[in-house]
Design a protein around this ligand. Structure first.
Ligand code: NAD
Length: 313
């Protein structure tokens, strides 16, 4: 359990009575990520001296989607900084599914590789589900394999999807007790919305998942103690919808014409009503990569037959 200066548990009643607060406190994903990565760096040095190797992450990128290239570059840089070895496989857009499945088979067998990540989305002629299922669940550091999603569903989490896991770490860091809280998730994707629902349920929240067919999104948001916005629609969540004292986690990422990043929530208005809020950038984004590193380290521990050592931070 991560504990720092501001981690006094906050119960639901306290959250609802934070009526007088003018500005929300920031759930600072950048700061938490920095602390966790510093810890990981030391842990990896120790792992290297115990086992003669560092954890390894294989990253497969198919095609040349510019956003995917940036994500892959950031993941590789983050690996290098903490001492994880990254094995890069950059394949042309017309690579066949058969070829990718063959590569995944090799990486599944490669003892230097603890984690395998296929950057999504893949080109249309490739079936992403077939690709995900081909990854050894013990190396599925994105946590998308049905085995890992199923493990989370039945409350024995193994490798957990990175973005929801990162959101949970932020809430844990702030000492927020989720038992009995009304959580509303906006978005029901396999990568974010659905596993986020499983995480919040596991933590004792009462969970509502909204999606593109939901009627009257506003009414759901207005009664939420916690809102997780992951619709991929810039500014979808209006600040006035946020209940006073609610917690707001904004997963959305959008690049504006001026180059700045923004999220699914109207941050300025929402932060006048919320008790805690994630910024974009600097909230969920860095935590997603940090949890990828965490999962790679956890996979290494499991491959060398060690228990995961404590928690980072
Ligand atoms: P997605 O397109 O796969 O899923 C979007 C979901 O939102 C769908 O379930 C859809 O039904 C729902 N939705 C769409 N419009 C809605 C509406 N008006 N009301 C309610 N629900 C609605 O997207 P995704 O992969 O889950 O990503 C969502 C957003 O999060 C994107 O902006 C993406 O860039 C971002 N993202 C950020 C991180 C991070 O690390 N911060 C990680 C993954 C995704």
């Amino acid at each position: 359990m991560i504990r720092t200066a501001f981690t006094q548990p906050i119960n639901p009643v306290t959250i609802r009575t934070l009526m007088s607060s003018e500005t929300a406190k920031i759930l600072d994903g950048k700061a938490l990520s920095d602390r966790m990565r510093q810890y990981m760096q030391k842990e990896i040095e120790a792992m290297h001296s115990r086992h003669g190797r560092a954890p390894g992450l294989a990253v497969i990128l198919v095609g040349d989607d510019p956003a995917s290239r940036v994500y892959v570059k950031n993941k590789k840089l983050a690996c290098e900084k903490v001492g994880i070895i990254s094995f890069s496989h950059e394949l042309p857009a017309d690579t066949t599914q058969q070829h990718i499945l063959g590569l995944i088979g090799e990486l599944n067998r490669d003892p230097r590789v603890d984690g395998i990540l296929v950057q999504l989305p893949v080109p249309d002629h490739i079936d992403s589900e077939t690709i995900i299922i081909a990854i050894d669940p013990g190396k599925d550091v994105d946590g998308f394999h049905p085995y890992n999603i199923g493990s989370l569903t039945v409350r024995i989490p193994a490798l957990r999807p990175c973005t929801p896991f990162g959101c949970m770490k932020l809430l844990e860091e702030a000492g927020i007790d989720l038992h009995g809280q009304e959580a509303v998730i906006v978005g029901a994707s396999n990568m974010v919305g659905r596993p986020m629902a499983l995480e919040l349920l596991l933590a004792g929240a009462t969970v509502t998942v909204t999606h593109r067919f939901t009627r009257d999104l506003k009414s759901h948001i207005e009664r939420a103690d916690i809102v997780v916005a992951a619709a991929g629609k810039q500014g979808l969540i209006q600040g006035e919808w946020i209940r006073k004292g609610a917690i707001v986690i904004d997963v959305g990422i959008h690049r504006l014409e001026n180059g700045k990043l923004t999220g699914d929530v109207d941050f300025r208005a929402a932060s006048k009503r919320a008790s805690w809020i994630t910024p974009v950038p600097g909230g969920v984004g860095p935590m997603t990569i940090t949890m990828l590193l965490h999962n790679t380290i956890a996979a290494f521990h499991s491959h060398v037959g060690e228990q995961t050592v404590g928690d980072e931070g």
